[in-house]
Design a protein around this ligand. Structure first.
Ligand code: DCP
Length: 223
């Protein structure tokens, strides 16, 4: 298996994470690579967020963010941690999002916009720091699907996930800026590994070509 990456000259385990704004095409990315030899895909636990003992906390967060942001983001943090620590059978674990984007983009946004009070932000931040001290959550590569807020706004309207229909473009613009600050300008929060940025403003057929052109960089060079 010489095509697969090596750490210190040995075949070891690697984790690649795909990041990007809401509706940037992360699921399509995972779908494209899911049948690759020695790759296992961990999907984002969004369906868990939509059904916590029968309650949809994703919907509640959009309906009343001041009341429900902490609840959702606490659960997101837990379910992302579960994905980070999940034991991996294959050489490459491919994850959708990470505990990092949850904190550096979503929680940051909710706090900055006044929807998450300082004390709730402080509690979540202490949890986040404690988790990283104990579990590390290492990543080897982030693939950043870079889009414009206008493009993802149109996709959200088209895909009709019912919780998301009230999202204003300003929310997507702010999330976009936070992803850019973190992964491109690298000036606000630590970047846990190297980053490969792909222009993801195109239709799916063309994105498949982009994914294929970058296959070696993603799968073979992640170490
Ligand atoms: N979400 C949130 N807080 C987080 C992570 C996600 O509020 N920490 C919300 C935003 C979306 C939904 O959860 O409404 C799913 O968002 P993602 O961007 O993670 O996933 P998508 O399904 O939009 O990804 P894609 O369309 O790129 O496959």
């Amino acid at each position: 298996m010489s095509a697969l990456p090596k750490k210190n000259g040995h075949h070891q385990k690697f984790t690649i994470c795909v990041e990007g704004n809401i509706a940037s095409g992360k699921t399509s990315f995972l779908e494209y690579f899911k049948d690759t030899h020695d790759v296992e895909v961990i999907e984002e636990p969004v369906n868990k967020w939509r059904n916590v003992q029968g309650g949809n906390i994703l919907a509640k967060m959009y309906e009343d963010p001041t009341r429900w942001s902490l609840t959702l983001q606490t659960y997101v943090q837990l379910t992302m941690l579960q994905n980070h620590v999940k034991s991996q059978e294959k050489t490459i674990k491919l994850m959708e999002r990470s505990i990092y984007s949850a904190k550096y983009c979503f929680v940051e946004n909710l706090h900055n916009s006044g929807k998450m009070p300082d004390l709730e932000f402080a509690v979540l931040s202490e949890w986040f720091d404690w988790i990283l001290d104990f579990h590390k959550c290492p990543l080897d590569l982030i693939v950043y699907l870079q889009t414009t807020p206008e493009i993802v706004y149109d996709r959200i309207k088209k895909r009709q996930r019912k919780e998301e229909q009230t999202i204003p473009i300003e929310y997507l613009q702010t999330l976009h800026n936070l992803h850019e600050d973190w992964l491109i300008h690298q000036r606000k929060f630590p970047v846990p590994c190297k980053v490969l940025t792909l222009d993801a403003n195109y239709e799916l057929d063309y994105m498949h070509k982009v994914f294929e052109e970058n296959r070696k960089k993603i799968i073979c060079d992640s170490g």
